[in-house]
Ligand binder design. Structure first.
Ligand SMILES: [Cu+2]
Length: 150
């Protein structure tokens, strides 16, 4: 009996963040499969938050280095740069997609094959607090490969 009470108390502590946590919906999560020897790839998704929030970090146990990037036309040249945060305005679906905002998977140790599931941990900040969202990106074959300027 005493053990049950303790367990409930522990669960209460673990569940506490739900009281303030934003509702973050992440859909269409995918990553681009790589060719042998290719060290970088991109991950893409649709993110929707029910409060004003920001994506402030991303990581993966399967990828040595993960950054958030933005691609923009600079004259005739598509350029890519790292961004520290991606705004998630309340109720708006933000697209991370080829040619725009994306999650950069870097220093890959082995190729990503079509069908692989890449676990990603997203860190979302809202109201001065952070929460993590776990997603899995399914790798798709590299069809129309974007040229990356690194
Ligand atoms: Cu990039």
């Amino acid at each position: 009996m005493k053990l049950n009470v303790l367990m409930l108390a522990a669960i209460g502590v673990l569940a506490a963040p739900a009281a303030w946590a934003a509702n973050i919906g992440v859909t269409d999560v995918w990553a681009r499969a790589t060719m042998p020897g290719q060290k970088v790839s991109g991950a893409y998704m649709q993110i929707r938050s029910d409060v004003d929030a920001r994506l402030v970090g991303a990581s993966s146990p399967a990828v040595p280095r993960v950054e958030m990037h933005e691609m923009k036309m600079d004259g005739d040249v598509m350029r890519m740069r790292e961004v520290k945060a991606i705004d998630l305005p309340k109720g708006r679906t933000v697209s991370l997609e080829p040619g725009g905002l994306h999650i950069m998977l870097m220093n890959l140790q082995k190729p990503i094959a079509a069908g692989d599931l890449i676990p990603l941990t997203l860190v979302v900040e809202s109201g001065g607090k952070q929460q993590t969202v776990e997603v899995k990106a399914e790798a798709r074959a590299p069809g129309a490969m974007q040229h990356h300027h690194h």
